[in-house]
Design a protein around this ligand. Structure first.
Ligand code: NCD
Ligand code: ZN
Length: 350
């Protein structure tokens, strides 16, 4: 098999940043994906429909006009999010979900939710209006081991959320463990789905420490043991509909990563589809590639499947060492300097 033609995919979890940084990354995503769920963790966070609309306009203004790309906006849930704002979001054609960051869990999460009991009104409004909740599934707390945060989140937060809000629809974002895979499989596919990133399919936690400390492999949730990576690969390639592509591509300037306190986030938008194909090839099974990339996401979000197609061709190419980023800075993309064996054909039909 030397080419794969499939329905144009969407990225169900993407960080585009803002300003000059956004302008330097947005077309990487737009070149490959028809739509993307755009994360709201700007500074300050996107907490209102008005702010989401304004952010969307800035994204559209930075787009290469030759590319067809629809940014699907999200709101950042805070302790103060009102039921009225949720109703406004549900009525807005541009807002598609609300993101829960437990306070302190990751980059720019300091204004996140401090306690789920504070957002009852907003969650009730979301289930009433059918607006999905996207969860950064990591429990916070100094006493919780960083590698256990996803399992603890499942027990302490996700199970209670599903029980207490029986009509709430949830996407468990960027899952990293076999426990999360099992939990998603054991729940109602109408109510719970999960995104999986290309980097969690391709690296385990050894990659953080191979030959020394590797800050460009640091993201949150942090990569786990090999057995967890194998479980993610099996989920992505084997269980249609519950699991779909969400890159969590999260660019940071090189200096912010290569620092005494390096930021969490891996940039994968430069080669997202090729990276997913690399993972599926490792598993040796492309049977459900199109479902994972292009149809399971729209089904969960109740959006139409794209009509265009794209083609991947077997072709070796080297990922650049760095890419320009923002005002005169650079970033180090995932798999920098390494050879990939699939290439997206650029003359794809739009
Ligand atoms: C993300 C970022 O940099 O915004 N970082 C990351 O490691 N994934 C935040 C997030 O999604 O956790
Ligand atoms: Zn993210």
């Amino acid at each position: 098999m030397d080419t794969i033609t499939f329905i144009r995919p969407d990225d169900w979890h993407l960080h585009l940043r803002d300003g000059a940084a956004m302008a330097s990354v947005v077309n990487d995503s737009a070149r490959q994906f028809a739509r993307a769920i755009v994360m709201p963790n700007l500074q300050p966070p996107v907490t209102t429909v008005a702010a989401a609309e304004a952010y969307r306009d800035r994204i559209l203004a930075a787009l290469n006009p030759a590319l067809d790309f629809d940014p699907l906006m999200t709101l950042y849930l805070t302790d103060d999010t009102s039921a009225v704002e949720i109703a406004r979001a549900a009525a807005s054609p541009v807002v598609h979900a609300v993101k829960l960051y437990p306070a302190g869990a990751t980059t720019h999460s300091d204004q996140g939710v401090t306690d789920l009991s504070r957002v009852t009104e907003a969650l009730e409004a979301m289930q009433e209006h059918g607006l999905p909740l996207l969860v950064h599934g990591e429990a916070t707390g100094e006493d919780i081991d960083v590698f256990d945060r996803e399992q603890v989140f499942i027990e302490q937060r996700l199970q209670p959320l599903l029980r207490d809000f029986p009509a709430l629809r949830i996407v468990f974002e960027h899952i990293t463990t076999a426990d999360a895979v099992d939990f998603v499989r054991d729940n109602d596919p109408e109510r719970l789905a999960a995104t999986i990133t290309p980097h969690h399919l391709l690296i385990n936690r050894n990659a953080l420490f191979r030959g020394g400390l590797n800050p460009h492999h640091y993201c949150l949730p942090v990569a786990k043991r090999e057995r967890h990576r194998q479980a993610l690969l099996a989920a992505a390639t084997g269980t249609p509909r519950r699991f779909f592509a969400g890159t969590d591509s999260a660019p940071h300037a090189r200096g912010a990563k290569e620092s005494a306190c390096g930021c969490a986030g891996i940039y994968s938008a430069h080669a997202a589809i090729e990276l997913y194909a690399t993972a599926f090839e490792q598993a040796g099974d492309f049977t459900h590639f199109e479902t994972f990339m292009s149809t399971a996401g729209p089904a969960f979000y109740r959006l139409p499947v794209n009509s265009a197609t794209v083609t991947l061709r077997r072709d070796s190419w080297t990922v650049p060492d760095t890419l320009p980023f923002g005002d005169g800075e650079e970033l180090v993309p995932f798999m920098a300097g390494q050879v990939l064996h699939w290439k997206l054909q650029q003359e794809s039909r739009q």
